[in-house]
Design a protein around this ligand. Structure first.
Ligand SMILES: CC(C)(COP(=O)(O)OP(=O)(O)OC[C@H]1O[C@@H](n2cnc3c(N)ncnc32)[C@H](O)[C@@H]1OP(=O)(O)O)[C@@H](O)C(=O)NCCC(=O)NCCS
Length: 507
């Protein structure tokens, strides 16, 4: 009888085994197990084929359910049949989708295989982690902080944008002149830090990325600020009664205890603009959704995550990435494809893990920390890009602030002007490729176009994946493109930078 129990579907056994064991302890062996089996079998026959066999049932059972179970246990006719029409769990037609255990297995395997690599690395190189060396990446001279000074100077451009908007709201500037002033301001934001980084040798590459990244974010934010204020002027100039209920200025009266609703041009204040500058979004709005209060425990958790992951990122880069990069600097004596592939994969794995950690550190911990601190309500910084079955889905979901900006301020305006979807998408990817290249080439003072090409290649890749792959195959293709393609472009720069600066030492 015990055997007959063991022959039942596995998921069912997970639940029924316990009741069977309990029955066995209080009843004669055969009878007890028969009762347990029959009750379980009757229970199983009452299920629909394809149903995940009660894996999701809760532990707290209602009285009614217990009564049903007792009745089924005493139902002798149930013992006569023990089969039903049903699919194996791993068949897609079974409808079973709970693969949590398999996901955990993947994580355990990943940790085990990487622990081996890590031990090998430790035995070969010893401990390479050096926090002082990290500081030297940001500043070359401890008494001079050019990148930080560059960031402080950016306040001039923020105030220039605000001043221009105030003049426009008063009618002191015409729309054309306002547009010209904004264009000049935004062009300076783009060019000025690049020129400084290229001309001031004391700015380190990491300091340069930090400064240029800050200016790029500011450029996108001020562009959005300019657009939204213009839309508000356009709306208020149309004398239609219903427009007083526009999104930018809802007509609901302010509620006590709730943040005041701001209307144009009441938003043109230093406080409002600086809130937007620090808020974790690139798209301006007069009335951002706000959370009622700062949750201290949430804030603390995100802060600890940030600190821990920063340490991990730095330590893994020094201990794992740098030795691999240094060992793969030596040029190959002949075109050996297998050696090249081996180098590529050795670099891709740690790079990809660091990229994943960076994703969590930035998009979850840091952006949520900032949002909580500023009581910024919209926390959708990413969506489920890891389930992407197409490259397009990945770009729509992995970096929501950038995607939102692209849609609102670039893609949709192009579509509205009559450009086709294809042309508009290509234009967005071209712009994105330009900024990726800008953020890599200028700080490294080395123009190679790897990032530009990497981003532009997303268009044909997106077409290929959508055209030829579906479902899990599409998802695997997206992962492979991330693991092999995207990080390799970054590594190309590191490689070329090392060769450029340490060429003599390598040979
Ligand atoms: C190019 C890109 C913006 C296209 O986005 P997409 O979501 O595929 O675009 P879609 O064609 O599906 O349209 C999206 C929205 O545009 C708007 N839209 C579509 N056609 C429109 C039209 N003719 N007029 C106005 N708006 C229109 C709609 O709001 C639509 O949303 P909906 O589908 O919910 O109705 C996106 O792929 C992207 O952001 N790429 C760049 C990402 C990037 O570089 N990130 C950098 C990360 S480091």
């Amino acid at each position: 009888m015990g055997d007959s129990c063991a022959n039942r579907p596995s998921a069912l056994r997970r639940r029924a085994t316990f009741s069977g064991v309990r029955s066995l302890t209080v009843q004669p062996a055969s009878g007890g197990s028969a009762t347990a089996c029959s009750s379980a079998l009757t229970a199983s026959s009452s299920r629909e084929p394809g149903q995940p066999n009660g894996l999701h049932t809760t532990h707290s059972k209602s009285k009614h359910e217990k009564e049903e179970k007792r009745k089924r246990r005493n139902d002798h006719s149930g013992r006569l049949s023990c089969h039903q029409h049903q699919q194996s769990l791993l068949s897609s037609s079974s409808g079973f989708s709970n693969y949590r255990g398999i996901l955990n297995w993947c994580v355990v395997m990943l940790v085990l295989s990487n622990s081996r690599l890590f031990l090998e690395n430790l035995l070969k190189y010893g401990i390479l982690v050096d926090p002082i060396q990290v500081l030297s990446l940001f500043v070359k001279d401890p008494y001079s902080w050019p990148a930080a000074c560059l960031v402080i100077v950016s306040n001039v451009f923020i105030l220039a944008a605000l001043y221009t908007e105030r003049q426009l709201s008063k009618g002191s500037l015409s729309e054309q002149v306002g547009l010209l002033v904004h264009s000049v301001n935004l062009s300076i934001i783009l060019c000025f830090p690049a020129v400084v980084v290229l001309l001031v040798p004391s700015i380190s590459p990491v300091g340069g990325v930090f400064a240029l990244g800050t200016y790029t974010i500011l450029l996108l934010k001020l562009y959005s600020y300019k657009d939204v204020n213009r839309w508000c002027r356009e709306l208020s100039s149309i004398k239609v009664k219903t427009l007083s209920r526009s999104n930018s200025c809802p007509s609901a009266p302010p509620v006590i205890g709730v943040d005041q609703i701001v209307c144009y041009p009441g938003n043109l204040t230093i406080r409002d603009l600086y809130y937007f500058v620090f808020a974790p979004t690139l798209c301006y709005e007069l009335n951002f959704p706000r959370s009622p209060k700062i949750r201290m425990s949430f804030l603390l958790r995100r802060l600890l995550e940030m600190l821990f992951l920063t340490q991990m990122l730095v330590a893994l880069t020094q201990q794992w990435m740098v030795p691999i990069i240094q060992s793969s600097m030596k040029p190959l004596e002949e075109m050996d494809l297998s050696r090249m592939m081996e180098r590529l994969l050795r670099l891709a794995v740690p790079n990809h893990l660091l990229w994943l950690m960076f994703f969590y550190w930035f998009f979850h911990s840091s952006l949520n920390f900032t949002a909580e601190l500023l009581r910024f309500g919209d926390r959708q910084f990413y969506k489920d890009w890891w389930n992407a079955e197409t490259v397009t889905y990945f770009w729509q979901n992995w970096n929501i602030p950038v995607h939102k900006w692209c849609l609102r301020h670039f893609y949709c305006p192009l579509l509205r002007k009559g450009f086709s979807k294809m042309v508009s998408q290509s234009a967005v990817f071209f712009l994105s490729a330009f900024f990726h290249e800008y953020l890599m080439s200028v700080p490294l003072r080395m123009f190679r176009l790897w990032a530009f090409m990497g981003m532009m290649s997303q268009l044909p890749l997106a077409w290929l994946v959508t055209r030829f792959l579906r479902g899990n195959y599409g998802n695997a293709a997206v992962w492979i493109s991330l693991i092999i393609g995207q990080p390799i472009a970054v590594l190309m720069y590191v490689h070329d930078y090392y060769v450029l600066h340490n060429g003599q030492e390598i040979h």
